[in-house]
Write a protein that binds this ligand. Structure first.
Ligand code: CA2
Length: 155
């Protein structure tokens, strides 16, 4: 049996406050709850989830560099860096596997500055507005994208 593929699930600034404020926008689950749900759901999809959160742009860039060696896919909620960070976009562009961008809130219904994402330029797909369920749907997408196309092996 082959080892489970590793997926890095990355969370940007202030997401450590999840469940501790603004529940009308970001819901009531804590980051710990979200990590547990991702690990469990990832496991059910045959994926090993490595979960990270940082308030520092350079640390996120370095974690993405590590993912180049250690992960088959990335799920990322870059939080406010979504709208500002060319450095995170460039790091993701240098990653070979699928990248799924997730936002808890529907960024297109909010302030105009949240409508633009640098990270989307490097994303395979984007999920927003579905709360923490979006992370689980992103893991489903990763599991699908990593399975070699059955058609490829048939004569
Ligand atoms: O909707 C999302 O997931 C966002 O990425 C969240 C970011 C925001 O800057 C993006 O525009 C959209 C903010 C994360 C802040 O999280 C908090 C959670 C609870 C309490 C305070 C902040």
């Amino acid at each position: 049996m082959s080892a489970a593929a590793t997926v890095y699930v990355l969370n940007g600034p202030n997401l450590n406050l999840l469940g501790k404020g603004q529940p009308e926008i970001y819901g009531g689950e804590t980051l710990g709850d979200l990590e547990a749900a991702c690990v469990e759901h990832g496991g059910a999809c045959g994926l090993a989830v490595s979960f990270h959160q940082s308030n520092h742009e350079g640390e996120i860039v370095e974690t993405i560099h590590r993912a180049r060696e250690e992960a088959a896919a990335i799920v990322i909620n870059p939080a406010a860096y979504t709208h500002t960070s060319v450095a995170i976009m460039d790091a993701l562009l240098a990653f070979d596997g699928p990248v799924i961008e997730v936002h808890l809130s529907n960024v297109h219904r909010r302030e105009e500055f949240r409508n633009h994402s640098y990270v989307s330029k490097a994303a395979t797909g984007v999920i927003c507005g579905l709360g923490t369920k979006g992370y689980l749907l992103a893991l489903d997408a990763v599991a699908d994208l990593l399975v070699p196309d059955a058609g490829d092996s048939e004569g």
